[in-house]
Design a protein around this ligand. Structure first.
Ligand code: SF4
Length: 320
């Protein structure tokens, strides 16, 4: 297994001032998944479900409160020196907003060269070749290296961000909402590029997204998150064809379809996601769940297998 996340938790202390009681935000509250070589795993859920916090922990921008992240079987918490540097090289990221993620004061050549120089010391000619090589891989001409980010369109900037991630030969790329800031007309081009690159370099992708259409067409396995927990996971085709958790069912029902007869129920997901500072007892989804029974407000549902690689946490999942 390339990347494995075990019972991961991230809790933040907040408040505690004169006018405000303190508390603990349980942004991620005991969650596991894995990503194999060359596969695409998606984490999906509404904003506030904890998926971005997971991405930050995988990228070592945040430390877990509990639990472990393993890369090729080794716990990140035990890595140091060259091993830590190798991990940072093997796991790269492409973020949502290519306008914010590229330094506007640097030329593209410097932007792409930065991560290379953090890991090796190539001579000028080799560095130049490498930069031009990755620009070619993402479909940009060598002349793009001498320009600044503002001289490109949104889609081209995302290509530059992908080139920067690719420049150090990673094994896995975390894609945090990779197309949601782009024009609808160029989203497919970026997805095709990501698919080509994945095949060519046997890359693994961990996608963080709220866009279910993207997840359905692009991932091999999916994990649905709600308030810091995984509520359902499995092969994407299976989860989308036979969603077993009421939250997943409601998310899927709320997706607009081209079919004129399809009318998404207006109350597909009623109410707002609760605060991670004071999550509801029992099943965290129970205040919004159309199928909740008395037991749901008292007892958290256990995570269990539902067959065909599918698993979930709902008291009524077997009855669905
Ligand atoms: Fe709904 Fe109960 Fe299942 Fe939670 S455990 S999703 S409240 S039916």
């Amino acid at each position: 297994m390339l990347l494995e996340v075990r019972d991961l938790k991230k809790h933040f202390r907040v408040g505690g001032g004169l006018l405000q009681a303190g508390g603990t935000v349980r942004a991620v509250d005991g969650l596991g998944f894995s990503v194999d070589v060359g596969e695409t795993v998606a984490l999906v859920g509404e904003s506030g479900c904890g998926k971005t916090t997971i991405a930050k922990m995988v990228l070592m921008l945040e430390r877990p409160t509990e639990g472990a992240i393993l890369f090729e079987g080794r716990d990140l918490a035990g890595l140091s020196g060259a091993d830590l540097k190798a991990y940072r090289r093997h796991v790269q990221a492409v973020f949502q907003d290519p306008y914010a993620s590229l330094n506007p004061r640097l030329r593209v050549r410097t932007i792409i060269a930065e991560p290379i120089l953090a890991h090796e010391r190539p001579d000028r000619a080799a560095l130049r070749r490498r930069v031009e090589e990755v620009l070619d891989v993402v479909g940009l001409p060598a002349t793009a290296a001498d320009l600044f980010p503002h001289e490109f369109s949104g889609g081209q900037r995302q290509r530059i961000a992908i080139a920067r991630a690719l420049a150090v030969n990673p094994r896995c790329i975390v894609l945090d909402e990779p197309i949601s800031a782009l024009d609808v007309s160029i989203r497919a081009q970026i997805l095709n590029l990501l698919a080509d690159i994945q095949e060519r370099f046997r890359l693994a992708y961990l996608i963080i997204a709220h866009d279910l259409a993207l997840v359905e067409h692009f991932s091999t396995r999916v994990g649905v998150m709600y308030l810091g927990n995984m509520v359902e996971a499995g092969p994407t085709e299976e989860v989308f064809a036979r969603p077993r958790h009421p939250y997943t069912q409601a998310l899927l029902a709320s997706v607009p379809r081209p079919d004129p007869d399809h009318r998404p129920p207006l109350d597909a997901i009623r109410g707002e996601i609760a605060s991670a500072l004071a999550p509801p007892p029992g099943c965290k989804f129970h205040p919004r769940c159309p199928r909740a029974v008395e037991r749901c407000a008292i007892e958290p549902p256990a995570w269990r297998s539902l067959g065909r690689g599918h698993a979930g946490a709902c008291h009524l999942a077997e009855a669905t």
